[in-house]
Design a protein around this ligand. Structure first.
Ligand code: UFG
Length: 326
């Protein structure tokens, strides 16, 4: 297949590009490099441009007959979205609509969308399945939910089929060491812990130890980046076969506390490092764990890197290699 990966120079997108290319798909990457890295594009053809630019899209869709589009080009910082919602609605909603309109215009019928657990807001029960009420509590989550609604309408009106992939906590790195997680600034737990382990960072701060969990720290469902990408490939195949839109919650169904992730990182890296308890971060639910039964049943999705240690091992390898490259 010929697939356009929007945001393919970012963390999840670059891993997806590799997996698609190694499965013999023809991949074109569109990325404006605002968050992505040119050197993360190891496969396919990179077009530097913005998904909100109709001229770029018209050229791209006229020159290529794409079978599908995968979209990873959103801003993802919850805290920033509260301070600067305009940035989120502009890119994550308006620019996505420009992309969808270009697909409709050029008759591209299959779309895979990076969505998030943040569309659910404060959990009413856990693990969270696809029927859980959707009440996002920040502009980031709302921007993703708006696109999910838009996709439903575009399916009804224009026959554009989509699959929404709601990630819980994407983590880990390419087991072959070619790719990994790089955000600037970094805000995600696993890379921050490993930067403390490698000495790049003075300490790791735990945001709150007074939650209603076993050890008082927040519980999350960490899912390996390659397993997430695998789910995308399976979802695309299924969507093309059935002709139906779908949405899936993607996680391992196992929760780990911040303290457990730190303990595991100490064990995997063999390094001790300073841990500082600080106050809660605004907007963090105590527990977020996915019920991924639907993805397992409908897609036959079977995560391979489902042990926390394995996820951390791959991320640690990337961190060590990063230091060597510096
Ligand atoms: N945490 C710390 N210290 C840090 C960083 C994080 O204690 O320095 C804690 C957070 O409070 C949270 C957990 O570690 O309890 C995980 O935090 P991350 O920032 O790594 O991930 P989130 O669960 O906040 O966010 C993830 C995605 C977001 C998405 C969100 C909801 O990274 O993009 O899930 O779906 F919006």
């Amino acid at each position: 297949m010929k697939i356009l990966v929007v945001g393919g120079a970012g963390y999840i997108g670059s891993h997806m590009v590799k997996q698609l290319a190694l499965s013999n798909h023809d991949v074109v990457i569109l990325d404006n490099l605002s968050c992505g890295y040119q050197d993360a594009v190891k496969y396919g053809e990179l077009v530097i441009g913005d998904m909100g630019d109709t001229k770029v899209l018209d050229r791209l869709f006229s020159n290529n007959k794409f079978d599908a589009v995968m979209h990873f080009a959103a801003f993802i910082e919850v805290g920033e979205s509260v301070i600067n919602p305009g940035k989120y609605y502009h890119n994550n909603v308006s620019n996505t609509q420009v992309l969808l309109d270009a697909m409709v215009k050029h008759d591209v019928k299959h779309f895979i969308f990076s969505s998030t657990a943040a569309i659910f807001g404060e959990p009413q029960y856990t693990p969270i399945d696809e029927n859980h009420p959707q009440n996002p509590i920040n502009p980031y989550g709302r921007s993703k939910l708006m696109v999910e609604h838009m996709l439903e309408d575009y399916d009804n009106a224009y026959g554009l089929k989509s699959t929404c992939m709601r990630y819980f906590n994407a983590a880990g790195a390419d087991p072959e060491g070619e790719l990994g997680e790089r955000h600037n600034p970094e805000s995600h737990l696993v890379p921050l812990i490993l930067q403390a382990a490698s000495g790049r960072r003075e300490d790791i701060k735990i945001f709150g130890q007074d939650y209603a969990t076993d050890d008082g720290t927040c519980v999350r469902d960490y899912v390996h980046i390659n397993d997430l990408c695998e789910a995308h490939s399976l979802a695309l195949t299924r969507m093309q076969k059935t002709g139906n839109s779908a949405r899936y919650n993607l996680g391992n169904g196992k929760g780990f506390s911040v303290q457990q992730v730190i303990d595991s990182a100490k064990q995997v890296s063999g390094k001790d490092f300073k841990v500082t308890i600080t106050k809660r971060r605004a907007g963090d639910p105590a527990v977020l764990v996915a019920d991924s039964t639907l993805a397992r049943q409908e897609l036959n999705w079977q995560p391979k890197f489902d042990q926390l240690e394995t996820i951390i091992e791959t991320a640690w390898q990337w961190e060590i290699d990063f230091l060597v490259r510096q």
